[in-house]
Write a protein that binds this ligand. Structure first.
Ligand code: COA
Length: 255
């Protein structure tokens, strides 16, 4: 079982890193793989309720690899951490299959509850759905969902859900270009699209579609908030000068 998972992990590194030339090289020289192997052990200990031992094992891996994966995190198959230094994956993170993250990525916690005791029982960290790619230095904060096949650009700061298949960049993260469904099923090293990507007009339309999707979600959220305050559309008009939270993911795009 362990060796089968290891074989699969090595194949994933070979497939996704153009700099990987042999399986032996991946096995010996890739801290991302080493951190993942140790994580599988610490996660097993965590699941058996040997939590302190799980934490100790994961701290040893952090010391050796520079990658901190909390043993409580849930990680799917074929997870690739490329380079790896400075990666932090928090306790309640959930990572699907075929996800790739680069060095310096934080899957960090933001919790609405005020006291740390109730925060302990909340989901505080992100969920990365299958096939998503998180660029180097990106900070994904809070219990947000990065959708299937979405790409987060290097150094972006994400604090809202990212719809499936889109690309977000910047601080705060905003949609620049969604991937079409076909592309979302493929892995492109570093997340960059190739010359066979859709032409610029199609990409622009796809960008607009992604933004409409995000805006529709935000409108839904705002309507729900208004309804809670007894000011929903069915209860009257949207009067007053409200200062909404920044609409970071929804506000960007190519121009
Ligand atoms: C976000 C990313 C996936 C987009 O790749 P792409 O689909 O090829 O997109 P493009 O290069 O056409 O960029 C689209 C737009 O986003 C901008 N952009 C791309 N990456 C950006 C980033 N990280 N931060 C801010 N803006 C970015 C581009 O300037 C461009 O803007 P424009 O249309 O105004 O010119 C890619 O740039 C990225 O950051 N990949 C992560 C790579 C990485 O971490 N490598 C580490 C390897 S060690």
């Amino acid at each position: 079982m362990f060796f089968k998972a290891l074989q699969e992990d090595i194949s994933a590194f070979m497939a996704r890193d153009p700099a990987a030339h042999s399986r032996a090289e991946v096995l010996i020289c890739y801290p991302g793989l080493h951190a993942l192997m140790v994580y599988r052990m610490s996660h097993w200990l965590w699941g058996k309720d040997w939590r302190l031992l799980g934490r100790i094992v994961s701290q040893v891996a952090k010391f050796v690899t520079g990658i901190e994966i909390h043993p409580g995190a849930e990680i799917g198959r074929r997870f690739v951490i490329d380079h790896g230094n400075g990666v932090v994956i928090g306790e309640t993170s959930i990572i699907g299959d075929d996800v790739t993250v680069y060095q310096g990525v934080t899957l960090g916690g933001i919790a609405p509850a005020v006291d740390s005791e109730s925060q302990k029982h909340q989901k505080r960290h992100p969920t990365l759905e299958d096939g998503s790619i998180i660029g180097s230095g990106a900070q994904v904060l809070g219990p947000v969902v990065v959708g299937k096949g979405a790409r987060v650009g290097a150094n972006a700061v994400v604090t809202r859900d990212v719809p499936p298949g889109v690309t977000v960049v910047g601080i705060p993260a905003r949609v620049v270009m969604p991937r079409d469904r076909k592309k979302a099923k493929e892995f492109v090293a570093y997340g960059t699209l190739t010359e066979d990507s859709p032409d610029p007009v199609i990409r622009y339309i796809e960008t607009l579609r992604g933004q409409v999707h995000v805006l529709a979600g935000r409108i839904g959220e705002l309507e729900a908030k208004l309804e809670t305050c007894g000011q929903g559309p069915e209860n009257g008009s949207f009067d007053g000068d409200r200062e909404d939270e920044p609409t970071e993911i929804a506000s960007g795009g190519k121009s």
